[in-house]
Design a binder for this molecule. Sequence first.
Ligand code: ZN
Ligand code: CU
Length: 507
Amino acid sequence: MTDLTVDLVDLLIFNATIIDGTGQPRFNGAVAIRADKIVGVFDGHLQEDACALEAQMSCASIVFDAKGKVLSPGFIDAHTHDDRLLLSDPQMMPKLSQGITTVIAGNCGISLAPMPKAFKTDVTPPLNLLDESGEWFRFKDFASYLQALKDHPSAINCALLVGHTTLRVAAMEDLNREANEAEISAMRELVREALKAGAIGVSTGLYYEPAKAASTQEVVEICRPLREFQGVYCTHMRDEADGLLASLDESFLVGREVDAPVIISHLKVVGVKNYGQSSRALAHIQAHQDRQEICFDCYPYPASSTILSFDRAVTASRVIVTWSKAMPEMAGKDLSHIAQKLELSEEEAIKKLDPAGAIYFRMDESDVQTILSHPQVMIGSDGLPHDEFPHPRLWGSFTKVLGHYSRTLGLFPLESAIRKMTSTTAKNFRLTGRGEIRVGCYADLTLFDPEEVNAVSSYEHPVAASRGILGVWVNGEMVYQDGRATGRLSGQVLCHQDGTTKSMGAL
Ligand code: ZN
Ligand code: CU
C-alpha cells in the first residue's frame, strides 16, 4: 500500500505476484518505478489502491504485465570472485541470467586490488583464479580499482572486499611464514586505504597456501581498521573438515578483537568422516550469536571448486579438472581418466596439469540441505568465472535454490528462498536500500516464472543460462529480458560510509 500522489512514473509492473524479500507471504499487486527507485507498491486486493493504481497505469511511460509471474527483489550474490569479470565482461551474463542484481566480490582472501608490484613469475595461487596472466592485477591501490569500476560500469551492482592473501602477496617477500611487524603495518595501511576508498570489509582465505602461514594475531592486527570504518570480516576458514569448530572459534575471535561482524564464507562440512556435522556447526554459531554478530553463506552443491592440488584430491570421491595451463585440453575431464590416459598416478598427473583448477566431490548432500534450510543462511555462488570448464554453481546457484530445493524438494517456501538471497544478505552486508520491494528502495528487481525457474548448468554442461528468468532490472533499468542482456550497464559500485553502503556517486 502507498499514498503516492499521482505523478509521472517511468515503469509500472502490474498483475505480478509480489514476494517482497522480507519473508512475508506473497500478494498480487503492482510496483511503480521512477528513475532508479521504487515509488509505489500496490496491493491488488485493496480497494483504495485500485484507484491509485489506475491513475499510475494511465501515466506510466512503460507498463509491464506480469500475470502469473513472481516479482522479487533482485538477488544478491553474497560470495563471488567477480572482481575482474565486472571489468572484463560487464554484461555479467552468468549472474544476470539467474536474476542476480548485486555481487559481493573479493572473497576468500583473493581480491584484484591493491597490487602495488608486478608479478615477476606466475601469478601466486590462488590469486590466479582471478587472472592467470597477471595483466589484470594492475591497480596499485584500491581507490583506482573502484574508480575503474565506476568509470566502466557493469550491468549489475557490486560491493568489494579487500583480500588478505592479495595483501600478503603485495607486502611480503617470503609468504611461507607469519608476517613481521613491518609487513603487518604495511598491510594494515593497505586495509585502511581500501576501506577509506569504499571497500566494505576484509576477506581471508586461511585455508589456502600463502595465507595459511598467517597466525590469528596477524589477521587481527591487519583487520584493526575495520572498527573505524564499520567494515565486515569475511572468512574462508582455515579448516572446514576435522577442525571446523576450532576454525569457527578462530573466526569469532577475530571478529571480537576488531569489533566487526563475522561472515563465514560457504559454510560446509568437508570429508567423509565429518559428514553429518552441519547441525553441530550451526549450533556452535548460534551459541555465539548473543556475544557478537555472525552470519554465513552457502552454495547449493555438494562439490567444491578451487585450484587443483593433491591433498584436496585425495579427500574427494571424484575430481573434475576445470582448467589447466599446461594441458588446457583436459578441462572438463575427470582426474582419474586423465591419470589413466597418461599412464600416471593421480599425484603425477596433477604435477603435469599444474597450475590448474578442479571440482572436488567431498561433501554430504544432507549437510548441504541442513545449512541451506537454516533461516539465517545467505546464498552465495562462489562461482569462478574464468575457469575453462567451471563448477555449475557459477551459472546456476540461485535458480537451483528456487527450482530444485524450494519447488521440487519443498525444503522451504519460495518466500524463504527469496529472503535468503535478498533482504538477509542486504542486512548482513549493510547494503542500504537493497534486497526488498518497498517504497524508497532501489529498483533492483527480478521477474521469474515460479513453475519454470531452475538451473540448467550441470557438471557435464556447466555454462548455461537458467530457465524461467524473464526480466531483470538494475537501478530501474531493464538489463535482461527473455534470455538476453539488453546491453544497459546500470550497475553501481556500492561503497561503505558511516556503517551503511551507498552507491559510489553518492559519496
Ligand atoms: Zn572460498
Ligand atoms: Cu570463494
